[in-house]
Design a protein. Structure first.
Length: 159
């Protein structure tokens, strides 16, 4: 998540932490600033990935002709999370996501975090993972419980 690194005011100075935060800020926002500056708000790259997830997964289900319980569960959980992410963004947005980033920071974020996140859906829908095609009732229950817990945590942040 972008945001200018702040000096640690509450604990003893930890140079390694401040250096890490400075590196994190450079990679997520300032990478190769000299090639055009800050032009894309962080919210656009994240919202495209998370809000587009239900559409991406439905298109995969159509493409792979996979209508298994595992595909539906994956689409329901990850698709709903994406929709709720967008609801949260419009109801109480995170101010740090308004910060603009360079095009190279966008590409780095997509190639290292946001893009690989999409691979699991491909594995489920392409039938690469046969175990994911027909999850047990216990696995569906556990996944639903974990989803609910994560959703509550996500919705309660940034307020």
């Amino acid at each position: 998540m972008p945001g200018k690194p702040v000096t640690n005011k509450h604990f003893k100075k930890k140079p390694w932490l401040e250096n890490y935060l400075a590196l994190w800020y450079y990679l997520t926002s300032d990478l190769f600033t000299f090639f055009g500056g800050h032009i894309i708000p962080f919210k656009y790259s994240v919202n495209l990935q998370k809000g587009g997830m239900p559409f991406f997964l439905i298109l995969q289900m159509i493409y792979f002709d996979n209508w298994s319980l595992g595909s539906w569960m994956y689409m329901a959980l990850h698709g709903q999370y994406g929709l709720m992410w967008m609801f949260k963004h419009f109801s109480h947005p995170d101010p740090s996501f308004e910060e603009k980033q360079t095009i190279f920071s966008v590409l780095l974020n997509w190639s290292t975090v946001l893009g690989p996140y999409l691979i699991a859906g491909v594995c489920v829908n392409s039938r690469y993972s046969e175990a994911a095609q027909n999850p047990s009732p216990e696995r569906c229950c556990l996944a639903s419980m974990m989803f609910s817990f994560g959703l509550v945590l996500m919705m309660s942040t940034d307020v």
